[in-house]
Design a protein around this ligand. Structure first.
Ligand code: ADP
Length: 304
């Protein structure tokens, strides 16, 4: 697999405070990588390092295979666009003038592509309106347009949906999916809004107290969170007996707990179990999502 970002034992200390501790992370090319953690977990610190705004205390990272201590990292970083904390917008300027300014900052002389960028982020109709009169969602989209100047193929967004209203969130979601699917841009997005992230991310990294505690794909999470019926009963041996003929998939968790998958009604299970003399203590639909997965992860209920 080709990776846009790799880190190895990446560590950042602020004085004695360990903000990042031996972080090993891999962001596959083409991914929307959801970087999940509570406030203060270390998300922005990692992003600041990747953007070259701060240096690691120990360990290394690479961008497109070039390590941070290699001079060519400057070239690699040109393939990257980022919003760190808040978008860098000139509030007294229009969307177009903000983009022109970014072209100037990056030393791009030809002002081609501005109309397309404004169109892409749905700000083409804002003409002479100054950014200070924009909604938060419009500002975020302008921030993304600014980050896209220079045609990066890797976009880093630090909490881009914080504080947005539902409509604003949907607009950002649609924009990011378009950038990823149509324009093949790899995206690193940090957030603690898990429900939204689950609509976007193809991969996840979970960070807590400066440590990446788990990295896995959305598919792996889906498999772990698969819908099932959990039955707590006197003897799961009886359940095997009752269900083997029935042809439904199940998994024995312990000698009294089992998970049953597939299209089967709770009543049918109870009836089948009654036929073999099984006594049900408890039976319920188990429907986990990213949020419950994350809580379990933080509690240490999910192992390597
Ligand atoms: P997140 O983005 O996940 O909310 P941050 O990376 O901003 O977390 O912060 C991680 C920890 O590092 C926090 O405890 C924060 O207070 C601390 N921190 C961040 N920047 C600095 C700094 N410049 N000096 C000292 N401590 C810092």
């Amino acid at each position: 697999m080709e990776y846009v970002i790799r880190t190895e034992n990446l560590t950042k200390k602020y004085g004695k405070f360990l903000a990042l501790s031996n972080v090993n992370m891999s962001i596959p090319k083409g991914a929307i990588y959801g970087f999940v953690g509570k406030n203060g977990a270390g998300k922005t610190t990692l992003i600041r390092l990747l953007c070259g705004l701060q240096d690691p205390t120990e360990g290394w990272y690479s961008i497109y295979g070039i390590q941070n201590n290699d001079k060519r990292i400057i070239q690699s970083r040109k393939r990257m666009g980022a919003i760190v904390e808040t978008p860098s917008i000139y509030m007294n300027m229009t969307a177009r003038d903000n983009l022109i300014e970014q072209y100037r900052i990056l030393g791009i002389k030809e002002l081609d592509g501005i109309d397309e960028l404004l169109e892409l982020v749905n700000l083409a109709g804002t003409s002479s309106k100054k950014a200070r009169h924009f909604s938060l969602g419009m500002r975020q989209r302008l921030g993304i347009a600014i980050a896209l100047v220079g045609n990066p193929d890797f976009l880093v967004l630090d909490e881009p949906i914080n504080g947005l209203d539902p409509e604003g969130i949907i607009e950002i979601r649609e924009l990011l999916l378009k950038l990823n699917r149509e324009m093949k841009i790899t995206i690193l997005i940090s957030s603690h809004i898990l429900e939204e992230l689950s609509k976007l991310a193809t991969h996840y990294g979970f960070i807590d107290k400066g440590r990446v505690i788990k990295e896995l794909s959305a598919q792996e999470i889906e498999d772990l969170c698969r819908k099932c019926i959990r039955v707590d009963m006197d003897d799961t041996g009886k359940l095997c007996k009752a269900l083997d003929d029935y042809g439904v998939e199940y998994k024995i968790i312990s000698n009294h707990i089992a998970d049953i998958y597939g299209d089967i009604a709770i009543t049918d299970i109870v009836l089948k179990l009654a036929e073999v003399g099984g006594k049900v203590e408890n039976i319920y639909n188990k429907d986990e999502n990213l949020e419950t997965f994350y809580i379990k992860l933080l509690r240490g209920d999910i192992n390597e």
